[in-house]
Write a protein that binds this ligand. Structure first.
Ligand SMILES: N[C@@H](CCC(=O)N[C@@H](CS)C(=O)NCC(=O)O)C(=O)O
Length: 201
């Protein structure tokens, strides 16, 4: 069975949401980010030498990492759910364009803001850059329910996951992004994933 290694509220929430959206059977294993022990007492660094979440143990026992890749893998195991356009189509590249943008420009725009050792001045510069990237996402959502149009995809699970960090980081979201987050938080799969991680929308 698929097994997702996660830290509550971290970027692993994206594949967790996608797993629920997919309807596939899976198990969860929580990782303590401080001592890198899993809830069953294993050493997470030995399971995933990268040391960070998420990681997905696939049915053959191999491990798959990186949010954007894990999310697409899950989507491809349940094609009828249309969580990603078919591989090889231009639409799939459009999805990957979003996933890469979310990963490198948005996710990694928030990450340094969590670092208590980073000086405030650096954080301010990084926040300005992040706010510009969020402005692009807000504009792209004009007249659309989801990033790819009318259908929810793995890119929405990813963007929602990272936007959740805004309040804690003092990043004010545009009304279009707040509405978008409410729309996603209302999805049953998202509600279940949040509850399993002990989180509020
Ligand atoms: N490039 C990785 C980044 C994953 C990442 O930033 N994970 C964070 C949580 S959101 C983490 O586990 N950080 C702990 C650490 O780096 O030790 C991906 O896309 O999956």
């Amino acid at each position: 069975m698929l097994k997702l290694y996660y830290v509550p509220g971290a970027c692993s929430l994206c594949p967790h949401i996608v797993l629920h959206e997919s309807g596939l059977a899976f198990a969860l294993e929580k990782v303590n980010p401080k001592d890198k022990k899993t809830e069953s007492g294993a050493d997470y660094n030995a399971i995933n030498p990268k040391g960070y979440v998420p990681a997905l143990e696939m049915n053959d026992g191999q491990l798959l990492t990186e949010v954007a890749v894990v999310a697409q893998y899950i989507a491809d195991q349940a094609p009828a759910k249309k969580l990603a356009p078919a591989a090889g189509t231009l639409e799939r590249y459009r999805l990957q364009e979003w996933l890469n943008f979310i990963s490198t420009e948005i996710h990694k725009g928030y990450s340094p803001l969590f670092n208590p050792r980073l000086p405030d001045e650096s954080k301010t510069i990084m926040k300005e850059r992040l706010i510009a990237r969020l402005g692009f996402a807000a504009q792209a959502l004009a007249g659309k329910n989801y990033l790819m149009g009318k259908d929810f995809t793995v890119a929405d699970a990813y963007l929602y996951t990272v936007l959740r960090w805004s309040g804690r980081m003092g990043v004010e979201l545009a009304p279009a992004l707040k509405d978008y987050m409410e729309r996603i938080a209302a999805r049953p799969a998202v509600k279940v994933a949040l509850a399993e991680e002990g989180l509020q929308a």
